[in-house]
Write a protein that binds this ligand. Structure first.
Ligand SMILES: [Zn+2]
Length: 62
């Protein structure tokens, strides 16, 4: 077990998302990146939680 690192990768990959400002639905992907959780309980601090996040463009004309 020495040196073992548990990596948990969660992906949230919906087809689109609603704009937080105007609620317009968009499926135009702006970017995608992997975020690592920096704060984990001591019992699981050797585990990495990688969360894939996608960002979208708002396609509303206004
Ligand atoms: Zn919008």
């Amino acid at each position: 077990m020495h040196g073992e690192v548990i990596r948990v990768e969660a992906r949230c990959t919906p087809a689109g998302a609603a704009c937080p400002e105007c609620a317009h639905w968009t499926e135009r992907v702006h970017s995608s990146y992997v975020r690592f959780s920096a704060e984990l309980p001591a019992a699981v601090r050797r585990a990495q939680l990688a969360l894939r996040v996608r960002r979208f463009f708002c396609t509303a004309s206004a």
